[in-house]
Design a protein around this ligand. Structure first.
Ligand code: HEC
Length: 101
């Protein structure tokens, strides 16, 4: 009886410790997750905003750079695109290119 009572806190702490370490999320997915709100989960849109999933990375990079430079107009994307470095845009574009629409 005493033995099993002693085990309870030990199990409890093991569970807390396991939760303290979040599962590893790849950097590209973390960056791309900021786009999910508007472009749909994993870039699969069910609303008016275009899907990004499955589109060629080169085309997504080109669009982001056009928003960034002001060459392409938009309501929100020019501001969003300016917040990312070239390397981050490449990671995000490659992530969406690998998703299935
Ligand atoms: C707050 C909502 C919102 C977020 C967040 C958002 N977008 Fe957009 N996105 C839009 C809207 C709206 C458009 C249409 C252009 C515009 O009005 O700015 C668009 C257009 C685009 C386009 C052009 C699509 C096309 O076919 O013309 C690309 C590429 C794009 N977004 C990429 C991204 C990426 C990558 C992210 C994350 C880093 C992102 N967007 C985050 C709302 C959003």
């Amino acid at each position: 009886m005493l033995r099993s009572l002693l085990l309870i806190p030990a199990l409890c702490c093991a569970a807390v410790a396991a939760q303290a370490t979040p599962p590893a999320v790849p950097a590209a997915q973390s960056l791309a997750a900021t786009c999910f709100n508007c472009h749909g989960p994993h870039g699969v849109s069910t609303a008016a905003i275009p899907s990004l999933a499955g589109r060629p990375a080169a085309s997504l990079i080109a669009l982001m750079n056009e928003y960034k430079s002001g060459q392409r107009q938009g309501t929100i994307m020019p501001q969003i695109a300016k917040g990312y470095t070239e390397a981050q845009i490449q990671l995000i574009a490659e992530y969406f290119a690998q998703q299935h629409p």
